[in-house]
Design a protein around this ligand. Structure first.
Ligand code: ADP
Ligand code: GLC
Length: 484
């Protein structure tokens, strides 16, 4: 089978969040099952072109208002072909989605252009995929275009759309339809219209041959009013075609046994290296150097979804009452950044806050912390709780979405679990659960260590995920065939 993945992010080229980790992993894992997978990305200004080659011929992109010319670049990374759309008017900018905390106002134009380019490149390269798999609203117009624009050579190509985050819909003005050459009839509540505008996510949900969400619980949650972000009705309508597939972890990048970004390696058979990492991290970020104190880590985008405002609210109480250290790496909401920074002054040596994006430090924190805090309000899947478990760093999580599906709550009777889970999303539950983790660390050390070893052996390998996507690709081809 030939599969084209279209995404706004993919490591090692462009990353904002977990989307970037998962897309190339799907590509590699499905390639490993004997299929041909290509990934297409916009060529952002930040992408290093040294190892990329470009086609000499310009590529035509068929927009509604006429044609545009772009340039196609290529490279191979870990056995997967990556293609890049160069079009500086939209992608020759400093950011991926925006700058200085502000999204670009023309994101709808940028990504609808990219979606059309992803379709046109198939003809240009003469590589006709069986399935085009798009991700989140940025590439959500692809299923709509495939169906409504009847691109001749792609008439047999099925579409799969994966929801990584329901909160962002790609609201666009009505003019989007003309812009990309979609018929005006789609400005309809049973198509792309919502609240007098275009909702790209809604279009993707209604038009894709198959839809997936990045965990089973999230697939269930988004069909409800509480988590459906206003699109629960279209999702209920497509319920039979919506499948939950949990993300996997790239063990070439995230394994404490051979992670080049950590100062000492370790495994579930020998945790000594983890202690060394902790000492090195404490030294590096200015915490008091002490292997025996409970170190709680956070690595996150600082946005409402992640629930870290609640951590901010209770941090003084936690620090006053518990023998803990706290290290945070994150960036996003400036008020939250300032609130966290403030604690560094008041609790010197016990709180370290690094504002910014730092891949090496994120590996160091995963390896060094004893617990990882992730009290997300909602979490489609979440990568960090899985990385944490594999590094023996026990996650403290709210039971939602992928957190619920991947973290096994500590059971004091059986002495086992892979983390600490709370069900009620409020300050008290969060506070009590941190206290519970702390008490386990100090008073039931044997259980804590047994949990670390258990968590490190969890299977988040990519094979299961790859087989699940492959099934969806097969289903999507059948569904597409029936709908033609
Ligand atoms: P989301 O995609 O919602 O942000 P995930 O848990 O799925 O959440 O993925 C987040 C990814 O981004 C992880 O790989 C995490 O390590 C990384 N990350 C988030 N913030 C930072 C940061 N400030 N520095 C380095 N890596 C970060
Ligand atoms: C989104 C979600 C996150 C998920 C990631 C990759 O960014 O917020 O939960 O892990 O996509 O699927």
């Amino acid at each position: 089978m030939k599969i084209l993945l279209a995404s706004a992010e993919a490591v090692p080229f462009a990353k904002v969040g977990g989307l970037a980790d998962v897309v190339p992993l799907i590509a590699r894992s499905v390639t490993g099952l004997g299929h041909e997978v290509h990934v297409v990305l916009p060529l952002y200004a930040s992408i290093d072109r040294t190892n990329l080659t470009h086609c000499d011929q310009p590529m035509i992109v068929n927009m509604g208002y006429g044609i545009e010319f772009c340039r196609l670049w290529k490279t191979t990374n870990l056995g997967v072909e990556f293609l890049f759309i160069e079009f500086d008017r939209y992608f020759g900018r400093a950011g991926i989605y925006g700058e200085n905390g502000e999204g670009y106002r023309d994101n709808w134009e940028r990504f609808s252009f990219f979606s059309r380019a992803a379709i046109d490149l198939c003809d240009f390269t003469n590589w006709i995929p069986d399935v085009i798999h798009s991700h989140d609203w940025h590439t959500g117009l692809i299923p709509v275009m495939l169906r409504e624009q009847r691109v001749y050579r792609l008439s047999k190509s099925a579409s799969v759309f994966t929801i990584h985050n329901m909160a962002h819909h790609g609201y666009s003005p009505r003019g989007l339809l003309n812009f990309v050459g979609l018929p005006e009839k789609l400005f309809h509540p049973f198509a792309l219209e919502a609240f007098g505008a275009i909702n790209i996510m809604k279009g993707a949900i209604l038009y894709a041959d198959k839809i997936t969400a990045v965990s089973q619980t999230y697939a269930d949650e988004i069909k409800t009013t509480e988590h459906g972000c206003g699109l629960n009705d279209p999702l209920m309508y497509r319920a039979a075609d919506l499948i939950g597939i949990c993300n996997a972890v790239d063990s070439d990048i995230w394994s404490p046994k051979n992670d080049p970004l950590i100062p000492a390696k370790f495994s579930h058979n020998n945790l000594a290296g983890k202690g060394k990492c902790k000492l090195a991290l404490q030294e590096k970020v200015g915490l008091n150097v002490d292997e025996n104190i409970l170190l709680i880590g956070v690595i996150s985008r600082l946005v409402e979804q992640k629930g870290l405002d609640m951590v901010c609210d209770i941090l003084p109480e936690l620090l006053d009452n518990l023998h803990i250290q706290f290290v945070l790496l994150g960036a996003g909401d400036s008020v939250l950044e300032d609130r966290f920074r403030f604690y560094t002054n008041n609790y010197g040596g016990r709180v370290a806050v690094k504002i910014g994006y730092d891949n090496s430090l994120s590996h160091m924190i995963e390896a060094s912390a004893d617990c990882f805090l992730m009290p997300s309000r909602y979490e489609p899947c979440g990568m960090n709780q899985m990385y944490s478990m594999l590094y023996g760093t026990l996650p403290i999580v709210h039971a939602t979405g992928g957190l619920r599906d991947t973290v096994e709550n500590y059971d004091e009777q059986s002495h086992i679990g892979s983390g600490f889970v709370f069900h009620q999303l409020d300050h008290r539950s969060l506070y009590n659960t941190v206290c519970w983790a702390c008490a386990t660390y100090y008073d039931r050390k044997q259980d804590f260590v047994a949990m670390q070893k258990y968590a490190m052996q969890k299977d988040f390998s990519m094979n299961k995920m790859a087989n699940a996507y492959l099934k969806v690709y097969e289903y999507s081809l059948k569904a597409h065939e029936r709908s033609r």
